[in-house]
Write a protein that binds this ligand. Structure first.
Ligand code: DAH
Length: 355
């Protein structure tokens, strides 16, 4: 039937119902809803015109238009439900659970290589009867340098690229009062004197901890770790130092390792000795790891300087001792075959996981 305004309602309804039934998905259905029922749709316009008809026609025309609208609305609801049901039916296929499929194992955490090496070192020295002590990372200049026989103005200070907690004045001068000057310890050696102050010989201690230097490249980072060793007793000699460090090198790098000592210089030891281990990759034949020398430097050491014993309140006429400092990152790099330290310390877990 043709409405007073020219729309063939029956035809319009028939076409609409056909298109609704054929809507392939939810999106198409929504688009169609706007076309067929929206404010600008022919049906809406037809309905709005009903009010302008003479009263005797208005009733019948309104009834018909509303009936058409309701039929179309319910067709939309039916189609929406049908599409939803079909989707849910497919879900059963698409999302079916294969109970035989292997699960996704949760990733397990593990200690960082630096922590692993630190623990291993502590175990090795604990096995030799050493105590383990810790000391302050924010340290006095006095313990970091002065009491280690490195007075103000000593050239060895330059090697330590120190972070001062109170920085030098703009003209470069630093507070001359070493008793109160505060810094981030650039090595663990300050604990030698602190420990002697509070312990009487015989002393056997290792001090693991964080250390700080203004340094940043492939083999240096501003925060790193060391393990300091100190042994003080009557009659301690270089032979004791050698035996201890050879034991350590074998425990860490393998039973077949040998060590050699080379002269070095640290103000707090006399003599000072650089310790090399026979290359564990080529067994001393020469390879890229040992730069074809057969030997790898692993730590600094020496006999404790009499001045340092004195600063610690230990009588150098009666006691002697040896000390050593091990760079943990260096040992970890050697052990895990890493040549850029920064890759091992990168917070990106994908990198760290390789080790
Ligand atoms: N403190 C030194 C450094 O950081 C390492 C060191 C060398 C420590 C010789 C020692 C030692 O105890 O005897 O470079």
């Amino acid at each position: 039937m043709t409405g007073k305004t020219g729309l063939d309602l029956e035809q319009h309804q028939k076409e609409a119902l056909e298109r609704i039934a054929a809507a392939p998905d939810k999106g198409a259905l929504e688009q169609l809803r706007v076309q067929v029922l929206g404010r600008k749709s022919a049906l809406s316009q037809e309905l709005s015109r009903v009010g302008a008809l003479p009263p005797e026609e208005r009733r019948e025309a309104g009834k018909q238009a509303n009936a058409a609208k309701r039929a179309i609305e319910s067709a939309f609801a039916d189609r929406a439900r049908a599409l939803r049901d079909a989707g849910a039916g497919n879900l059963g296929v698409a999302e079916a659970i294969d109970l035989t499929f292997p699960g996704r194992p949760p990733r397990r955490g593990h200690p960082h290589p630096v922590s692993l090496v630190m623990r291993e070192l502590e175990e090795i020295f604990r096995g030799l009867g050493y105590d383990i002590a810790r000391g302050p990372e924010v340290e006095l200049d006095y313990y970091a340098f002065e009491a280690l026989n490195i007075p103000l103005g000593h050239p060895a200070r330059d090697a330590f690229d120190t972070f001062f907690v109170v920085p030098p004045d703009s003209d470069g001068t630093v507070d001359p009062d070493v008793e109160t000057r505060v810094l981030l310890r650039p090595h663990t050696s300050p604990m030698q004197v602190r420990y002697m102050e509070s312990h009487k010989p015989p002393i056997k201690v290792v001090i693991p901890g964080k250390t700080y230097r203004r340094d940043n490249d492939a083999t240096h980072v501003p925060v790193f770790h060391q393990l300091e060793g100190l042994l003080v007793d009557e009659g301690v000699t270089v032979a004791d130092l050698r035996g201890t460090l050879e034991y350590f090198a074998r425990a860490m790098f393998g039973d077949d390792r040998r060590i050699r000592l080379r002269p070095d210089h640290f103000p707090f030891t006399e003599p000072s000795l650089e310790v090399h281990v026979s290359c564990f990759q080529c067994d001393g034949k020469g390879c890229s790891l040992c730069r074809h020398s057969g030997w790898i430097e692993i730590l600094g050491s020496g006999m404790v300087h009499p001045n340092v014993l004195r600063f610690g309140g230990v009588d150098p006429e009666r006691y002697t001792g040896f000390a050593f400092g091990i760079g943990i990152e260096r040992i970890a790099m050697l052990k895990y075959g890493v040549d850029d330290l920064r890759s091992m310390l990168d917070p990106d877990l994908r990198l760290v996981r390789q080790f």
